[in-house]
Design a protein around this ligand. Structure first.
Ligand SMILES: [Zn+2]
Length: 342
């Protein structure tokens, strides 16, 4: 039964390796010849990387395969998998639309084609037999020039039925040199009524307190409770939450062990800051949402009460979920004992 919400998942990281590998072989993609055996491909995709920047190279590879013409195939597969295997009821799927456009077109035409990308994803995600609610978060990117990021913001604004918010992604080592520009972007987004999240405090390089006042949620933010806990009271006052994606930190070399997250959950709880557990890249990691939960429980990083609070918080902080705690009512209805049995 679908019960969960995932607020931080990248389209480029959402396809499990086997579906991706089969697609490469079926379509005769050049990458297929590099990996004739599935197991070697899976090992290549899921092995930990030394840094976030190195990990993001994987996304670039996936983006080349997931061009606009192939998006319906991948989106349908990921919606089906999220509904059936992960029990996901609400999903915010993020991507940088410019990187899904046809690279052979001029920049102007690629900007124009971004709208089609958003529409294609929305149409492909509408599967009556797997009725999860999917909304898109459009990612500005730290490698893209200002005018393209601005066009992404304008597109988000124009598509309120399918796009629920905006983000800034890409290597966080690049944020600093254009910080004022990014602040202006987020200010503009907030003023035009968009919901905002931003990859921040994910690594020791991503420490930009100047951006914090302009986001509704914080993408990762783990270095706030771990290294700058004095900021937590402001985060609580603003009602922001942290989108924590545990497996990512192992795959990007950000943390050596998930045990470190125990302190994060403790400090956030004490400060009244909500934590939402997300997947980031369940396909590239080969770890789906229920296993993120289970890992944290079995490693004794959180208990079941904390898990429940995180799961409730996911619906509360969702950008486009109409109710506060829908699973409760569903659960109570379904678990009501049959009077005739007693
Ligand atoms: Zn992310």
């Amino acid at each position: 039964m679908p019960l969960h919400a995932d607020l931080h998942r990248h389209l480029g990281g959402a396809i499990v390796p086997r579906i991706f590998w089969r697609f490469l072989h079926r379509t005769g993609h050049p990458l297929a010849s590099l990996y004739p055996v599935y197991e070697e491909f899976e090992m290549f995709i899921t092995r930990p990387r030394a840094s976030l920047s190195e990990f993001l190279e994987l996304h670039s590879m996936v983006e080349q395969v997931q061009g606009i013409e192939n998006l319906p195939y991948f989106v349908k597969k990921l919606v089906r998998g999220a509904f059936v295997f992960e029990g996901i009821l609400y999903l915010e799927l993020r991507h940088t639309p410019y990187y899904r456009t046809d690279a052979r077109l001029s920049e102007r035409d690629r900007i124009h084609q971004m709208r089609e990308v958003v529409k294609v994803i929305a149409q492909a995600a509408h599967l009556p037999e797997f009725p999860l609610r999917l909304r898109q978060i459009l990612c500005m990117h730290s490698r893209l020039p200002e005018h393209i990021n601005r066009a992404i913001l304008d597109l988000a604004h124009d598509e309120p039925d399918t796009v629920c918010g905006i983000d800034l992604a890409g290597p966080d080592t690049l944020y600093g040199e254009r910080l004022q520009e990014h602040i202006a972007m987020f200010r503009y987004a907030k003023e035009s009524g968009l919901k905002t999240t931003c990859h921040l405090y994910e690594t020791p390089n991503g420490v930009y307190p100047e951006l914090l006042p302009f986001v509704d949620r914080i993408g990762h933010g783990i270095y706030i409770p771990l290294k700058a806990p004095e900021l937590l009271s402001q985060i609580a006052d603003r009602g922001q939450c942290l989108e924590v994606c545990p497996t990512s930190y192992l795959k990007t070399g950000t943390l050596q062990s998930l045990d470190t997250l125990k302190l994060l959950f403790q400090r956030c709880e004490e400060a009244g800051v909500d934590v939402v557990i997300c997947t980031d890249n369940p396909g590239l990691h080969d770890v789906r949402l229920p296993f993120e939960y289970e890992n944290l429980l079995s490693l004794d990083i959180i208990d079941f009460k904390q898990l429940r609070r995180c799961q409730d918080a996911a619906f509360r902080h969702a950008f486009a979920w109409p109710h506060a705690r829908p699973p409760d009512s569903i659960l109570h209805t379904l678990t009501e004992p049959e009077p005739s049995l007693y």
